[in-house]
Design a protein around this ligand. Structure first.
Ligand code: ADP
Length: 395
C-alpha cells in the first residue's frame, strides 16, 4: 500500500491531500487553519464525510502531529508505515532548483536560504518540511517548486533591463510562480487539443487570488507574468500587480503612514488589486454581485481586472507569435463565466469566439465555437496531483 501526502504549508495554514499511488486516488484531504493563533481549525474530508474541530495549534510540528493522528483516528490509514512519500510545495527555488528534488539537509538549508525571494512563503514551507522530518524521519520527502517549471524561460524574458551586476551579483531576475499549475493545465490542454505537446502553443491564465499568465511553447514555459516575486503581473485579489516603480518612493515621501519601502510593499501585497479598488472585498464573487447591483467601485475593479488580463494575454500572443489555445484555470478562471466572457469578447481579433452554451458555470473543456481559430479551454488545475506524481517519480 503506497500512500503519498501532498503538503502546501502557508504561514498560518497547512493544506494536505492524501493519495493512493500510483492509482492517483484521493483518499482524504484537509486543511489546518490559524496555526499559531487561538482556535485553530482542523478540517478533514474523506469518503463522503467531513470532520471539523477547533484546537489551539501553536506551530507546524503540532499541526503535522494532529494531521497524522486524524488519519489514524478516522481509519484512513491503519499505520504510519503506509505513508511512503511526502511532497511539499515550495514557492521559491531561485536559480538552484530547476526540477523537484528529494529533500536532504542541504536542500532544506537551501530552501531556507532562498527566503529572501519569498519571505512569506519559504519559511512556512520549510517549517512544514521539518515537521514531517521530525515525525516521519524515514519517509522520502520531495520538494516541488513553484518556480521550477519557468526555468526554461530564455534570458531575454527573465532578465530585467537593470545594470548587469544586479543580476550577476544579486540574482535579480524573473522567476515566475504557479509553475505546477501552468505545467498541469498545459499538458491537459494538449490532450484536449488532440495534438502532441511538442507542437502546441498555449497561453495559460491562472486566475485565482493570485494571478499569473504564462506563454507555453511546446510544453515549455517561455514567459510568465509573475516576476522576481509573486507581486508582478496583472492586478490580483489583494496585490497590485505591475505598477510604475517610481510610485514607491513617491508614496513614502508623501503619505504619512507609509514610512519605508516595507510599508509600501505591504500595501501593494495586501491592500491593493481588486480589494484596493472594489473596497468591499477581494473575493470575485462579492465583486460580481456588486457589479450586478450597480456598485461603481466594483464595476471599476471588474473592468480593470479584465483590462489587465487582456493586455497580458495579448502580449503572449506576440511572444508565441500565435497560439492554439487560451486556457483558463484556478478559482476565477474555472468558475467566473463573466470574467471569461469579458476577457475573450474583447480579444476576438485574435481568433477566439466563445460558445455561450458552453461558457456556463460547471462546464470544463473547450468553451469556444467550432469555428474559433484559437480554442478557449477551461481546465481545473490540480497542483496537489503534480506534487504526488513528482514524489512517485523521485522516490
Ligand atoms: P487561491 O489563489 O487562494 O488558491 P483560488 O484559485 O481558490 O485562490 O481562487 C479564489 C478566487 O476565485 C476568489 O476571488 C473567488 O471569489 C473566485 N471564485 C470562486 N468561485 C467563483 C465563482 N463561481 N464566480 C466568480 N469567482 C469565483
Amino acid at each position: 500500500m503506497s500512500k503519498t501526502i501532498a503538503i502546501n504549508a502557508g504561514s498560518s495554514s497547512l493544506k494536505w491531500q492524501l493519495y493512493q499511488m500510483p492509482e492517483e486516488t484521493v483518499l482524504a484531504k484537509g486543511i489546518i487553519e490559524r496555526i499559531g493563533l487561538k482556535d485553530s481549525i482542523v478540517t478533514v474530508k474523506f469518503a463522503d464525510q467531513k470532520a471539523e474541530q477547533v484546537l489551539d495549534i501553536p506551530d507546524h510540528v503540532e499541526a503535522v502531529k494532529i494531521l497524522l493522528e486524524d488519519l489514524l483516528k478516522h481509519g484512513i490509514i491503519a499505520d504510519f508505515s503506509e505513508i511512503t512519500g511526502v511532497g511539499h510545495r515550495v514557492v521559491a527555488g531561485g536559480e538552484i532548483f530547476k526540477d523537484s528534488v528529494v529533500i536532504t539537509d542541504e536542500v532544506l538549508k537551501q530552501i531556507e536560504d532562498l527566503s529572501s525571494l519569498a519571505p512569506l512563503h519559504n519559511p512556512a514551507n520549510a517549517a512544514g518540511i521539518k515537521a514531517f522530518k521530525d515525525i516521519l524521519p524515514e519517509v522520502t520527502s520531495v520538494a516541488v517548486f513553484d518556480t521550477a517549471f519557468h526555468a526554461t524561460m530564455p534570458e531575454v524574458a527573465y532578465r530585467y533591463p537593470l545594470p548587469n551586476k544586479f543580476y550577476h551579483e544579486h540574482k535579480v531576475r524573473k522567476y515566475g510562480a504557479h509553475g505546477t499549475s501552468h505545467f498541469y493545465v498545459s499538458r491537459e490542454a494538449a490532450k484536449l487539443l488532440g495534438k502532441p505537446l511538442e507542437e502546441t502553443k498555449v497561453i495559460t491564465a491562472h486566475i485565482g487570488n493570485g494571478i499569473s499568465i504564462s506563454a507555453i511553447d511546446g510544453g515549455q514555459s517561455v514567459d510568465t507574468s509573475m516576476g522576481f516575486t509573486p507581486l508582478a503581473g496583472p492586478m490580483m485579489g489583494t496585490r497590485s500587480g505591475d505598477i510604475d516603480p517610481a510610485i514607491i518612493p513617491y508614496l513614502i515621501e508623501n503619505v504619512d503612514e507609509l514610512k519605508d519601502a516595507a510599508d509600501v510593499i505591504n500595501v501593494l501585497n495586501k491592500q491593493s488589486g481588486i480589494l484596493g479598488i472594489a473596497e468591499i472585498s477581494s473575493d470575485m464573487r462579492e465583486v460580481e454581485a456588486g457589479v450586478e447591483a450597480g456598485d461603481e467601485k466594483c464595476t471599476l475593479a471588474f473592468n480593470m481586472l479584465v483590462n489587465r488580463l487582456q493586455k497580458f494575454i495579448g502580449q503572449y500572443f506576440a511572444v508565441l507569435n500565435g497560439a492554439d489555445a487560451l486556457v483558463f484555470t484556478a478559482g476565477i478562471g474555472e468558475n467566473s463565466v463573466k470574467v471569461r466572457e469579458a476577457v475573450v469578447n474583447g480579444l476576438t481579433w485574435f481568433g477566439m469566439e466563445l460558445d455561450p452554451e458552453k461558457n456556463v458555470f460547471g462546464y470544463s473543456g473547450d468553451i469556444s465555437t467550432v469555428d474559433s481559430r484559437v480554442k478557449v479551454l477551461v481546465v481545473p488545475t490540480d497542483e496537489e496531483l503534480v506534487i504526488a506524481r513528482d514524489v512517485e517519480r523521485l522516490k
